[in-house]
Design a protein around this ligand. Sequence first.
Ligand code: AMP
Length: 179
Amino acid sequence: MSFQTDLRASIRSIPDYPKPGIVFHDITTLLGDARAFRRAIDELVQPWAGTKIDKVAGIEARGFILGGAVAHQLSAGFVPIRKKGKLPHATVSVAYSLEYGVDEMEMHSDAVRAGERVILIDDLIATGGTAAAAVRLLQQIGADVVAACFVIDLPDLGGAKKIEALGVPVRTLIGFDGH
Ligand code: AMP
């Protein structure tokens, strides 16, 4: 079985959550399946094995679980990108639009040094708004964002193009049609 078939089968898709018309792709079932979890992490790590990655940045909250495992396997540091108000030390922040209104995400300003090679990780890219904000945050403090990596792509929403327009290559493991 290809790893894509394996991963796809381990993800639970829930129609009309959190609201009508949205299909929520729930990775808790992937995380709970030892073989699928290992496979997903191995595939996220594979392009970087043997290269120097200084830090893995994960987006709250599912990006922490995946990013932590990827960082460990690459012998890289881990950097949490969090919702506003959660980090205790001096932060840099970026505002980004949600479907209704705006939100802010933050990172400790000393979490990455200028020129460090960073990969960004989250579970899923939809419109790309969240990941684009995280890339801007990292670039703002001088990080060399070498890639943005996701388990799931919703290609109909065009998020990957938004990230590539910021000069950052995108890697995704599987795609789901629709929103
Ligand atoms: P976006 O900013 O539109 O790319 O949305 C990406 C963020 O929202 C990620 O952190 C995802 O975990 C979450 N997300 C968006 N759409 C979905 C979906 N259909 N199923 C699960 N998570 C989603």
